[in-house]
Every structure is written in C-alpha cells, then in structure tokens.
Design a binder for this molecule. Structure first.
Ligand code: ZN
Ligand code: ZN
Ligand code: FE
Length: 761
C-alpha cells in the first residue's frame, strides 16, 4: 500500500471539545504520523501514513467526532511526504483577540458513570468525577484561556495519579481541567436548615434516607442549587409548595433512569435521545393514562417535565429506594438561581430542612434547560445548561451586543463568525435579576474578549434591558420585538429571503406605542411591514392584567356583549366585574392590545379554567392542557371570526369568537370542547390570512415565532395545515419561540442596520 500525506482543515465548533486528543488517539491507533493543532478558525491536521488508514481516519473524523464537536467543513489537500516519525499535539495558536470557544456544562458520560459504580475504581462513589467528555465547563470558568488556574478548580491541587491522567494524551482525562478525585478534589457535606454541619460518614446515604422521610433538601448541583423532595410524597410536595410560595407552577422531576420515566410518561425515540444524551435537559413529556403521581406535582397539566441525573452526585443520590425526586430551581420567587453556599444557606433556610453542599464553587449560575418534542423535532423552551454558550455560526457578524427583552431575558453578542446567546437570565423585574444580568454580560465580555461597538435593544422605553443599553454610551439600534422574534426563527433555519412572519406572543411594544402580539409581518433580516393582526381590544389596568385573566375576560366579554351583557358578565365574574366594565366604558386606565396571549387569557377565564395567574402563561397553558392527547384537528369545529381590511392592514376580529364561547359556556358545553374549538379557530383564521397574503405578495415561506407557539396543539396543527396548502413553514428548534430567543433576532437585525449605517457614513 502506498504512503500518502494530506493536510486537513476542520472548520466548525472544534475547540474546547477534546478534539485534539481525539485526533491524536485516532491517528496513533491507525499508525499515522504528523501533528494536530488548532486556532479559533479550526483544527489543522498534518497526516502521513498508509493510504487506507488515512481513508479510515477521514471517515471516522466525519462520522464519529467527539460528542461536543460540530463540524461544518472538512477540507484536505495532498502534500509531499515528509517522513514524520510520530504523531504529536502542537501547541494551539491562540492570539489574544481571537475567540476561544467554551464548552457548555455536560452531563456525566458513561465511562465516568462506570468509574463511580465500580468498587475497585479509585473514583468509586466520588461525586465530582469527570473527564474530557463530561463535567463542568462554562459554569466554573472565570476567565480565559481555559486552564485550571482560571476556573474555580484552582484551589484544588491535583494529586499524582490525577496529574498523570491529565498529562497523558491517551487518557480520557487528558487536559480535563476539572479533573479530580476524592484525595485532591472537592467534597460534599450536609447541614441542617441553620447551617450546622451534620456528622455522617456517608452524606449521600443520609440525604437519600431523609428525602425518603419527606424532608426537603437544597442540593448544590452542577451550576446552581435545586430544591428536592420525594416526588411520590404528596405531603412533601405540598410542604415545598407552601414554603416556596408556588401554588401551581409545575415542578420538574429527576428520575433514576429511563425505565422509571416510561412508567409514567410516553417517551418516543427523539425524547429518549434528549433525555439520555449529553445535555440532559428537562423534557416535557405526555403523561400516560395510568399516570399516578400526586396531582400537586404539576397541577392542571397533561405533561410532566422530567430529566435524568446529570452529575455523579445526582446519580449516587438515587440509591435502591429512590425512583423520582422533585428537582426545582432553588430560588426565591422572581429572584435569580442560588449558586453560592453562604447565600443559599441564608436565603433558603425557611424552605429547606437540609442542605447538601460542596466546595466546588460555581462561578456563573446556569438553570436547567427545558425542551419539548413537537412534530418529531426538538423544540427549545428554556435554553441554558448543556447548551450555553454553544454559538450560532453567522458570517461576519458585527461586534455588537443585543440586550434582549425584559421577560425570560437572554442577551447575545456577535464576534467574528459567531453569535453567542447567553443562558436564561429570568425576568429583569427587580434589582437582583438586573444585577445578575449585568454581571453575566460582563462575564461574556471577559470570556470572549469582547467589546461592543454598538448596542441593540427593544423599542420598549421602560425595559431594564433598554435602560442598560442607554447607560452604555454607545450607538443604539432599536428593534421591534416581534420582528426580532421572526428573525430569530429565520436565523436558526438559515432563511434569508422575505417571509411571512407570524408572531403570536404575549406582549411586545409596537411602533404605534400599543401592545402588539399577533403580528403578521412581511420581513427579512433588516426590515418589516406589518400586514395583519388581531383587532385591538382594551386591557383594563394595563399590563398588570396579565396576573388577573378574569379582568381581561370581563373586558373582552363587555366588548362582545356591550351593555346588554352586564348581567351575564356579573354571572361570570361576580359584582367586582362592574368596576372593569366601567373602566372600559369610560376608557379609564385601559391600554389597547392585539396580543394573542391576552386572547388566550380571556378565553381561559371565560371558560373558567384560570382566573388568577400565579405564573406567566398559566391561563394559556391550562387551557391547552384540557385537550386530550389524541384529538385530531377538525376544521368544522370552529367559532366565528371576521377578517376586515383597514388601511391596507388585515384585522382579525375575535369578538364573534368570544360571543360564541360565552354562549357555549352557558349551554354547559364541556371545557375541553370549547378549548378545542377555540384553538381550531386560531388555526383557521391564521390559514385564511396567510392565503390572502400569499395571493398578494407571492411569498410562500412562513416563519412562526412568539411565546404562544409553545402551545403544542396550536403549533403542531397549524404547521400541518399550512404545509398541506403548500406553504414552506419554518419553526424553532434550538432556540426558544418565547422571549428567550428574541436576542438572537435582535443581534442579526442590529447587524444589518449597523452595517447600513456604516455604509451611509
Ligand atoms: Zn466522563
Ligand atoms: Zn486526585
Ligand atoms: Fe415576545
């Protein structure tokens, strides 16, 4: 066989993902010589050896790369033979202003799991076992370059056996910065609610026992604290709900293994892959008919959010007697996730009976990610642990910072050919989350050596994120909220042409100063034209009405029934509804909205599903949850609506819908039937409006975004119906359709406008 030499360039996300050791091991296994190195543009491999081994090498590189890598391109050229005598890893060429890509925090790999379960292994039952393929990354990095010194592992000096692993390129722990063992690494301990250390030789067994007895634990995990209790113990769950002041919002659970999950929920192949994969998000699953867990775990839902253990500690805590634990983010209502021992101890002392703590510091907190599978596709709901800071590839993005929206905030920064979207920062409604937001922006600036030339923000004048942008004394580009939603969907689907964008959303500041949220936009990555929306209706008391869907219901009912309807409205909502009626009649303290989320709220309250929202979107979520899993879309089961043309813009009037729902309600129709008909109505008018727009504009591509598209029934059936009529439909997958994705749209629109401004100058 002939000897050959080729020079390979690999582009994509190939840094900080164990790519060089992977190449080293593959090359040496195949007796190939040469070298490998990398810089921010990619990995370079100089390879010499038997032709058929080189062929195998290329195949493996293409089909079987390290789990965290994302290869975009592989190029190679043949070169003159140099007669290398070995294969080596060359030092990386990293210049200070270039990006070093950083891996997200990754769930414990299979090899590490067998280490901790093997009584003969030196890491038997060691809760901080990790390797190049798994463990903490993003959450422990303080600054770059990514070396142990620059992480919170700095304080732990590696022992000899760990050091040997760390320096051996053929070892799984080669250059695994958080490498540790029970001799040299972090440890766990337990305290009571007052922080007094509890004497036990086996904290894990102790925790398992106390959880079984119904106690609540605050457990420090990979990138933040959880509050945990036995998910089969109704009393424990109720106690946690009371102490956390969280009456209805569903709790996520962690299950010992996939078979336990399958006892309670349906799991299809894609869901199983997500549950058992390297990122291990919370996956929203449909409950089985035989589902028997306490109702208070996730009240008024037909789904359950489930994840599998993603750290050695989590794996160990599920001993023989534990199947299912509540694992909910440990925070005080509305405040950021707890991640520091001392703060957790003082802030959670009234919630947790015990604390399971450790001394590996978390530098930046990251929440659990949440996904769902819709139409056989991953659909992101909250993008954080396991995903952040994986970048989006986008050619020549301007160095700008998109500040994101106010709710479910994430921000985004652009550098070289990458967009980095931050993890979920929560709602910027108080000083604590705002401080957390600012700190996180600073952190991203540090780890990606980033300084923005301009800032992009929402048009809403009162958003904290807008305020942040205004305080930075850099050029500001303001972007309309729903345009950003649609562009975020276009970016992830790599669509550059004009689309019909449909943003069904809770709220967003419109160019007319009103609250938008049912927008049909003809748009591209730079401009948009609003072509259709719901009729404007009054929101009594303004945006605060979102906490009280009954006010929206009473208001919309009054618009539908007018003065003749006051008795009916009183019947629905009691005497206090007369205040709402007066507000609308005399137009006091009302603002106009065409939000789809508010239409859902109103219907939810009229049907008597939800009159008071204790968490965002409760009305819509509980309304959707009425619909059984296998209900098929039927376009004959719909309510009336009107579509009118006003000043060249189509206006969808849902007032006939509201009227008929009230009638159905007083005719004792089942809640499920009304909910189905309401959902179908939205699907039907959306189809009709799309047809009208297509006729006029010849645009056939549709992008769907906005928080309302977290509605499974709506998204699934609308997509199917649109596709049946020949539309090309684009939906979200890796980025949320809710406000968590808005920054991605902001930065790309901002980039286009920023470049245009530069040219004009
Ligand atoms: Zn591992
Ligand atoms: Zn060690
Ligand atoms: Fe939104």
């Amino acid at each position: 066989m002939a000897v050959k030499r080729i020079f390979i360039t690999v582009e994509g996300i190939v840094q900080g993902v164990g790519f060089r050791p992977f190449v080293y091991n593959l090359a040496t296994k195949l007796s190939l010589n040469g070298w490998v190195n990398n810089n921010s543009q990619g990995v370079y491999i100089d390879l010499e050896g038997e032709e058929h081994f080189i062929k195998t090498f290329l195949e493996k590189l293409k089909n079987d790369p390290p789990p965290l890598a994302r290869i975009e391109n592989i190029f190679y050229t043949e070169k003159e033979i140099l007669n290398y005598t070995c294969f080596s890893i060359k030092k990386s060429e990293i210049t200070s202003d270039k990006i070093t890509l950083i891996s997200p925090d990754i769930a414990t790999c299979r090899d590490c799991l067998s280490d901790i379960h093997d009584p003969l292994n030196r890491r038997y039952r060691y809760p901080f076992t990790n390797c190049t393929n798994c463990g903490p990354r993003f959450s422990i990095i303080k600054s770059i370059p990514y070396d142990r010194d620059k992480t919170t592992m700095k304080k732990f000096q590696m022992c000899k056996p760990c050091e040997i692993e760390y320096t051996d390129p053929s070892n799984r722990r080669f250059h695994a910065q958080p490498n540790a063992c029970s001799h040299c690494g972090p440890h766990i301990w337990i305290t009571d609610s007052k922080g007094n250390k509890i004497a036990t030789t086996d904290p894990i067994a102790y925790a398992e026992e106390k959880l079984k007895e119904g106690h609540i634990f605050a457990i420090k995990g990979l990138c933040g604290f959880h509050l945990a209790c036995d998910a089969k113990n109704k009393n424990a769950i109720d106690k946690l709900r009371t102490r956390k002041n969280r009456p209805f919002k569903p709790f996520a659970v962690m299950a010992k293994d996939i078979n336990i999950i399958k006892k309670y929920c349906y799991v299809n192949a894609i869901e199983e892959k997500l549950l058992t994969g390297i990122r291990k998000p919370i996956v929203l699953l449909n409950r089985k008919e035989s589902y028997s867990l306490p109702e208070s775990l996730a009240p008024n839902q037909n789904t359950l959010g489930v994840m599998l253990p993603y750290t050695p500690l989590h794996n160990l805590i599920f001993g023989d007697n534990t199947e299912l634990l509540v694992m909910t983010s440990a925070n005080i209502y509305g405040l950021p996730l707890e991640y520091k021992n001392e703060f957790a101890l003082s802030n959670l002392s009234k919630i947790a009976d015990y604390f399971l703590l450790h001394d590996r510091d978390i530098y930046i907190p990251v929440d659990d990610s949440v996904v769902r599978v819709v139409n056989n596709k991953e659909s992101m709901i909250r993008r954080a642990r396991g995903y952040t800071p994986d970048p989006v590839l986008y050619k020549d993005i301007s160095p700008i910072l998109a500040c994101g929206p106010n709710m479910k905030n994430t921000f985004a920064l652009g550098k070289e050919n990458f967009i980095f979207l931050s993890q979920h920062n929560g709602d910027l409604e108080n000083l604590e989350t705002y401080e957390h937001y600012k700190r996180n922006i600073q952190h991203f600036k540090d780890i990606f050596s980033f300084s923005p030339e301009a800032l992009v923000c929402d048009m809403h004048p009162l958003y904290s994120s807008t305020k942040y942008a205004e305080e930075c004394s850099l050029p500001i580009i303001k972007v309309q909220h729903h345009h950003a939603h649609i562009v975020s969907c276009m970016v992830e689907n790599k669509v550059k042409d004009q689309v019909i964008g449909i943003a069904y959303d809770g709220t967003g500041y419109g160019t007319d100063g009103k609250i938008w949220g049912s927008e049909f936009l003809i748009c591209d990555e730079k401009n948009f034209k609003r072509v259709a929306h719901l009729r404007y209706l009054p929101l009594p008391g303004g945006e605060s009405a979102i906490h009280a869907p009954w006010k929206i219901g009473a208001g919309y009912a009054y618009v539908a029934l007018k003065d003749e309807g006051t008795e009916v409205i009183k019947n629905l909502y009691g005497n206090s509804s007369s205040v709402i009626v007066e507000m609308i009649k005399r137009n006091i303290n009302c603002i106009d909205t065409c939000s789809m989320g508010r239409l859902f709220d109103s219907v939810s309250s009229i049907i008597c599903v939800c009159n008071k929202a204790t968490y965002e979107g409760q009305g819509s979520i509980e309304l959707e949850a009425l619909i059984s899993r296998n209900v098929k879309f039927d376009k004959s089961a719909v309510y009336d609506y009107n579509i009118n043309l006003k000043n060249d813009v189509l206006e969808i009037d849902p007032i006939p819908t509201i009227k008929q729902i009230i009638e159905d309600k007083f005719n004792y129709f089942s809640k499920e039937k009304m909910s189905i008909k309401f959902h179908n109505t939205i699907i039907c008018f959306t189809l009709e409006v799309c047809e009208i727009i297509r006729k006029k504009t010849k645009i056939n591509k549709i992008a769907l975004s906005g928080g309302v598209f977290q509605n499974y029934y709506l998204l699934k059936n609308l997509c199917n119906e649109l596709e049946k009529t020949g539309f090309e439909v684009y939906t979200h997958s890796q980025f949320p359709s809710n406000d968590g994705g808005v920054a991605l749209g902001q930065i790309v629109i901002g980039d286009n406008l920023f470049k245009e401004r530069k040219i004009k100058k």
